[in-house]
Ligand binder design. Structure first.
Ligand SMILES: C[S@@+](CC[C@H](N)C(=O)[O-])C[C@H]1O[C@@H](n2cnc3c(N)ncnc32)[C@H](O)[C@@H]1O
Length: 223
């Protein structure tokens, strides 16, 4: 079905159709999700994809423990109910001012005092350095180590940068550490530090490796 549509439609039409389908899933989620929800764990995993971790409340738009549109401006949880929130490679899918800052404010409200949020996302600074120094060849090789079937479909290496910025219209923004720190501060977080995937896994071994430090920025922010 996907391949047939891709063949029949122009790239722009295909991307718009995917966006419409994403928006439809979000709208359905908003209509069906509970207005309030009392979690039975103190660990929240936002935008889990197919990584369902035991002992965590795994949230995504579909197929998760609790299907939610996390960009809807409100999370259904009581105040100060989580010790920790983790979200890997999700925030780049949200608009900063009308989706991400409201989400992070909700995370701040839902965290216990001294609770922390861990975020990772593609690193704009690493991508820019890689473009200047290597026209992104190093990042392409790094990605292909993790995703052997991924390719630029014959386009020259610097197209990697375009792909990272829009990813078939899925991505809204890229972040460097400073932009991410500023965004977290807008939501009330005061201590924001740069970490890496190893630090996340040392604190929470349930997280399977993404092996993506080469292209990602990881931060930990404390309430
Ligand atoms: C690139 S995947 C990352 C999945 C997983 N965190 C990982 O590290 O493999 C992004 C995930 O964010 C989810 N997502 C994007 N926008 C969302 C939204 N508004 N509400 C809930 N989940 C969302 C997508 O459905 C997808 O599963």
């Amino acid at each position: 079905m996907k391949a047939a549509l891709k063949k029949k439609l122009s790239a722009r039409q295909y991307e718009l159709l995917r966006m419409l389908s994403y928006e439809w899933k979000r709208a359905k989620c908003r209509m069906l999700s509970p207005r309030s929800y009392k979690p039975n764990t103190e660990q929240l995993h936002l935008g889990c994809g197919d990584r369902h971790l035991e002992g965590w409340l795994n949230v995504d738009l579909w197929g998760s423990d609790l299907n939610l549109d996390i960009a809807a401006g409100r999370l259904p949880f009581p105040e100060e109910c989580f010790n920790v929130i983790v979200s890997q490679h999700v925030i780049e899918h949200l608009s900063i001012q009308d989706e991400l800052i409201p989400l992070l404010k909700e995370c701040h409200r839902n965290l216990k005092p001294s609770g922390s949020i861990w975020l990772s996302t593609p690193d704009m600074e690493k991508a820019a350095r890689s473009y200047i120094d290597h026209r992104n060849r190093d990042m392409i090789e790094d990605r292909q180590k993790r995703l052997p079937h991924w390719s630029l479909n014959g386009l020259p290496d610097q197209h990697f940068m375009n792909d990272l910025f829009h990813q078939e219209l899925e991505h809204r923004n890229l972040f460097d550490f400073d932009l991410l720190k500023w965004t977290l501060e807008q939501a009330g977080f005061t201590q924001v530090e740069r970490v890496d995937e190893q630090a996340l896994q040392a604190a929470y071994p349930a997280f399977p490796s993404r092996n993506d430090d080469y292209q990602s920025v990881y931060v930990k922010a404390t309430k």
